[in-house]
Design a protein around this ligand. Structure first.
Ligand SMILES: Cc1cc2nc3c(=O)[nH]c(=O)nc-3n(C[C@H](O)[C@H](O)[C@H](O)COP(=O)(O)OP(=O)(O)OC[C@H]3O[C@@H](n4cnc5c(N)ncnc54)[C@H](O)[C@@H]3O)c2cc1C
Length: 437
């Protein structure tokens, strides 16, 4: 049982062997004006690390990567490379793009196994920073500030660290051992983690200042999924995709039983929405034994927000797509979902359904802003931040970044913002210390 459970969730995209990686690196033209760097939100020195790898210098390659990223094994797997670095690669015109993502992954995994680099760390005497949330934004701020001599403590509401990396993105795309390894590296920079501590409930932002923190960073993402306002959306069997994915991840790490995963073998499943979360929910439903999985999207295939590769892999795995299709009503028997009425270009029809997975977006929770005076949010609940110091909220010393500011985006965009905010926090704390002197 254990084996078949794991087999279906084995990582689907294979990494490079050492020979394949070096051969691939040698194909890089090392362009004078490297478009790949322009395509990368954190402007990695891509030709630089590829050049080192092409000579077999994995440690040097990693050193170059470390200058910009604390999460290369993750970015190497889940970044939308086709739109970013690889999409901009000059060789892409001949459909022979350099597989930058797989090279980054190879370098990071190699270091993960071999422990190539031991960074010399500065004394942590520049100030004390509390980071709320251990997703890509929080981890990036923590890693960048720890490297610059700040004493950083991450407060995480969950038992486990990693945010969406741990509980959202499925294991077959991002093995959890990879996430844990990257977090261990950040712990190795001297960052302290406090888990199972929900800020706004167990401790407040003001308590943090009372405990001597010089600045606080909010990187709490968008935890509240949007719901559908149509008849029947409260029936048993209608589930948020984020909850479904979370329960599958918990089942995978043996924290819960199979019966607690809200999907039964042979279920007739409909996923509403066509973004990357919908693709993950649909493909995970297939792996959990659903009979049929259909994605319903009210616009056309061309409008679909999901990445093309994600969509194509979903189709290959047997997910069906109904375009220009809206959900009119969810019908139940004894409070349990039994049918779904949809409006398709051919007209309206009612068909049997056991499970509906909603993937129509999410927004930030207000747990922190409602328990802290002075942090303003916009009409939709996103935290408002300033340009100077970059990322500071309307409350002095409190900063924010990642999805909680910029709406749900990607790992690397959360990282890009977090890197900028880390600079803003460093400037703020340095100025504060100077004035205190
Ligand atoms: C299913 C799914 C698949 C995705 N796939 C991809 C992909 O393939 N590639 C990609 O680039 N992006 C993907 N994304 C988007 C990406 O994961 C997010 O953009 C990114 O994780 C945002 O990072 P963040 O740090 O801002 O927030 P999060 O990752 O959401 O982290 C927020 C953290 O804060 C914690 N937290 C919240 N409130 C509190 C509190 N009050 N106190 C303490 N801790 C708190 C949470 O538990 C969590 O750990 C996906 C998202 C989802 C949901």
């Amino acid at each position: 049982m254990q084996e078949s459970k794991d087999l279906k969730f084995e990582e689907i995209n294979e990494g490079f062997s050492a020979k394949e990686a070096i051969d691939e690196a040698k194909r890089c033209l090392n362009c004078k004006n490297p478009l790949c760097v322009k395509g990368c939100p954190i402007e990695h020195d891509i030709p630089g690390f590829i050049h080192q790898l092409s000579m077999g210098n994995v440690g040097n390659a990693l050193q170059i990567i470390n200058e910009k990223s604390n999460l290369p094994a993750i970015c190497g797997r889940v970044c939308p490379h086709e739109k970013q670095c690889e999409g901009h690669c000059i060789l892409n015109k001949k459909e022979q793009r350099i597989r930058v993502g797989k090279l980054e992954r190879f370098i990071a995994d190699f270091d993960g196994e071999m422990g190539l680099i031991r960074e010399k760390l500065p004394q942590k005497n520049r100030g004390k920073v509390a980071v709320i949330g251990s997703g890509p934004a929080g981890l990036t701020v923590a890693g960048d500030l720890a490297r610059q001599g700040f004493n950083v403590v991450i407060y995480e509401g969950e038992q486990e660290l990693g945010g969406v990396l741990m509980f959202g993105i499925p294991k077959y795309r991002l093995p959890k051992s990879v996430v844990k390894r990257e977090i261990e590296k950040i712990a190795g920079l001297g960052v302290t983690f406090i888990t199972h501590c929900m800020v706004g409930k167990d401790i407040t932002v003001d308590d943090m200042f009372d405990r001597g923190f010089d600045a606080v960073f909010i990187g709490t993402g968008t935890a509240i999924p949007k719901s559908l306002s149509i008849p029947g959306s409260d029936l048993v069997g209608v589930v948020q995709s984020s909850y479904f994915l979370r329960m599958v991840n918990l089942y995978q790490n043996e924290s819960i039983d199979r019966k607690d995963v809200p999907l039964r073998v042979h279920d007739e499943v409909f996923v509403i929405g066509a973004g990357n979360v919908a693709m993950d929910a649909a493909r995970t439903a297939i792996r959990m034994g659903a009979k049929n999985v259909s994605v319903l999207y009210h616009k056309t295939e061309a409008d679909m927000p999901a990445l093309r590769t994600e969509y194509e892999e979903a189709v290959d795995e047997g997910v069906q797509f109904l375009w220009n299709t809206s959900t009119v009503e969810l019908i139940g028997k004894r409070k349990r979902l039994s049918e779904i009425t949809i409006h398709t270009p051919e007209g309206e029809k009612t068909i049997p359904a056991d499970r509906v997975l909603l993937a129509i977006g999410s927004r930030p929770a207000n747990r922190i802003v409602s328990t802290t005076e002075g942090i303003e949010v916009n009409d939709t609940g996103y935290v408002i931040t300033k340009e100077r110091p970059y990322g500071m909220t309307t409350k002095k010393g409190v900063f924010a970044g990642g999805d909680v500011v910029h709406t749900p985006q990607t790992v690397v965009l959360a990282m890009r913002e977090a890197k900028q905010v880390a600079k803003g926090i460093a400037q703020f704390v340095d100025a504060k210390k100077l004035l205190e002197e």
